[in-house]
Ligand binder design. Structure first.
Ligand SMILES: [Zn+2]
Length: 322
């Protein structure tokens, strides 16, 4: 393809993506690098005169502005910012061999990301709906979902699985049509993005594993019916808490569930992961650290004042997943 044909194709692709309401920003031709300066190189001029402005906040779906930006005949790649676009992208990659002279790459000997994602879906009983899907130049695939209303999920690296990264707030992906030296991003399923399933929201917000290698093993609690109902009720209260009451509702729920964890009716890690997933329906990247702190503190306080175990819910009565 000639350079002018390539720039026309990329302009059309950028218009197509922006036409869906998704926020785009140009990248240097043939690269993933946003055409912008880093915060530590900011000279404070122009739009940065009031402080450094990020491409995430400059990205736009305004068709006039997109048309103008891609009108100078340069084949800019297309960055899409999932956060402000209401999207969340799962990036399933192939295992990467370590570079010569470098330590082994995590996931190097694990299955590819798509296989890992399917295995995780099967393990958690979660659906993996058809959705907007890209093939990437490296041979992987990207699944684009809509972020559930009110969530503000951040991007993650090797968190959901060793070969699955995610793109949310604070990160970006490349739109179909973008070209790297080893190939192009191609749309292979043009289904409209499905909403990110709840089990994937949870997987994205669970605390990172402390183990350096091997796959993450979240203990699966198999609570009795009473405990399961208590857990569901508390999580519902957190998810639906009205603004202004959220901190109080969260700390009350975390305390109550901490009591159940203290009585060994629930796994503490499971309780915290479920609470973080529930909080993700309304928290923001800015408040996430504070909300994590509320959860940790209140669960600890609840554990220290554990609920008395009723005969029906004694330890021997509990069933555990194999
Ligand atoms: Zn700046």
């Amino acid at each position: 393809m000639t350079s002018s044909a390539q720039s026309a194709a990329l302009r059309a692709a950028a218009m197509e993506i922006a036409g869906r309401g998704w926020k785009v920003f140009p990248c240097r031709p043939g690269t993933k690098a946003a055409l912008w300066h880093r915060a530590d190189h900011c000279r404070g001029g122009g739009v940065c005169s009031g402080g450094h402005v990020t491409p995430e906040s400059l990205a736009t779906s305004n068709l006039d502005r997109v048309a103008a930006r891609w009108s100078d005949g340069v084949p800019y790649n297309i960055a899409v910012y999932p956060g402000p676009s209401g999207l969340f992208i799962l990036d399933c990659d192939l295992p990467k061999p370590a570079r010569p002279g470098q330590p082994p790459a995590r996931g190097e000997h694990d299955p590819d990301g798509w296989t890992q994602l399917q295995a995780l879906a099967a393990e958690r009983g979660g659906p993996l709906p058809d959705t907007f899907t890209l093939a990437t130049p490296s041979g992987g695939r990207q699944l684009w979902f809509t972020a559930p209303p009110g969530t503000a999920l951040r991007g993650t690296v090797k968190h959901i699985a060793s070969n699955v990264d995610t793109r949310g707030w604070g990160t970006y992906g490349l739109a179909p049509g973008s070209v790297l030296p080893n190939g192009a991003y191609e749309l292979i399923d043009d289904t409209d993005p499905a909403e990110l399933p709840g089990w994937l929201v949870q997987a994205a917000v669970e605390r990172a594993p402390t183990a350096v290698s091997g796959r993450r093993e979240m203990p699966v609690a198999a609570p009795d019916a009473y405990t399961a109902a208590a857990l569901r009720g508390e999580l519902d209260r957190v998810r639906t808490a009205a603004p202004g009451t959220r901190n109080k509702v969260l700390s009350t729920a975390a305390y109550a569930l901490g009591q159940l964890a203290g009585a060994r009716l629930l796994e503490e890690d499971h309780v915290k992961a479920e609470l973080r997933a529930a909080v993700a329906t309304w928290n923001t990247p800015a408040s996430a650290a504070k909300d994590d702190g509320v959860i940790d503190t209140a669960v600890e306080a609840g554990k220290a004042n554990k609920r008395r175990i009723t005969p029906r819910a004694t330890r021997g009565d509990r069933r555990r997943a194999a």
